[in-house]
Ligand binder design. Sequence first.
Ligand code: ADP
Ligand code: ASP
Ligand code: MG
Length: 410
Amino acid sequence: MALIVQKYGGTSVGSPDRIRAVAERVKRFRDQNHDVVVVVSAMSGETNRLIELGKSVNPEVPAREMDVLISTGEQVTIALLAMALERIGCPARSYTGHQVHILTDNVYGKARILQIDEKRMRTDLEKGRVVVVAGFQGVDEEGNITTLGRGGSDTTGVALAAALKADECQIYTDVDGVYTTDPRVVPQARRLDKITFEEMLEMASLGSKVLQIRSVEFAGKYKVPLRVLSSFEEGPGTLITYEENDMEAPLISGIAFSRDEAKITVRGVPDKPGIAHRLLGDIAAASINVDMIVQNVGADGTTDFTFTVPRGDYRKAMETVKKTAGQLAAREVTGDDKIVKISVVGVGMRSHAGIASQMFKVLADEGINIQMISTSEIKISVVVEEKYLELAVRALHSAFALDKPPSVSR
Ligand code: ADP
Ligand code: ASP
Ligand code: MG
């Protein structure tokens, strides 16, 4: 008998039929005497609908009220799932984030979980009930409702598994595991039986939305046994492993990409100490995250600066940078929000040189210009024009033989 936390995403609870199917699956685990805590997302499309609804009433929706609004989607699905479970003879109780004391900080829209009090859930489990918890939401110290950022139900699932010291956290979604890249873009993408935690962390942070980045961080911190599976079919899914020095690691495990990118270039800024601090400091003060940064070698006492920001923050970032650039007497500020970031990820890169040049050659052969590059120990990222996204990802996927089983690719 094990304690299992299962999280079901939006598509998996997208209709009454699907909710009934989830209930049947939960019951199968209960019939094997496992304790089950279920975390659900809102029905697919619901969170987007609520966001638009809020904006239609007030385009500058106050962040606190937006969280009150968008957290309601999950309250609907917990109730429906608990009803579906009761109907098939499986006692269940539904709870909002507040009711099971998911305490977060007070950053509306992207709150972090600080603490979970598992007592109430344990009491229910002891009574043989399935506990159904609303994903994506929590409550701050003053009792205000908060949400955890898009895709945040994954984090609720992993955080509950950590708090309850669950034997496994199962993330049920509309694909049957973690793939070498998004199967919607590359139909030849392959499901991985397992992926290391480090690789999963990179993939998630570089744009693979199959798991929210914070859920992976949480899993790593508490070594939560984590598996991604399909809610529509049976199968082993993908296990996130914590093994280090996996000798069998392929060179490249996956390709991630992000469309949520824009870049800003400031030309002709004085080449002297403190300039990067001034430019980027003002951006940070506007709560905008800067990702890649490139500074050219200075000439004539001036230099050029390029950096990327999330696409949604592009306008605000441009305004801020133009103001700072004016004060610094920079020559010009230009920007481009039709760019994407593509990254190859693999722990095997650590022990192999030449992956970067191989990647650049594949892109060159396709006539794709690389605008920016950044590397870390286990990933190489490039920024390219948005229109090349699919072409670049497919070309890299086949060049690194990701469509073939690993034994063939090595
Ligand atoms: P859920 O609503 O269940 O949370 P999401 O839409 O958030 O589901 O995440 C699942 C989606 O993630 C898949 O449908 C797939 O298109 C996308 N995805 C992106 N990268 C990958 C990847 N490497 N492996 C699997 N799925 C991926
Ligand atoms: N419903 C929320 C969203 O769409 C949380 C989630 O699905 O994980 O982002
Ligand atoms: Mg998701």
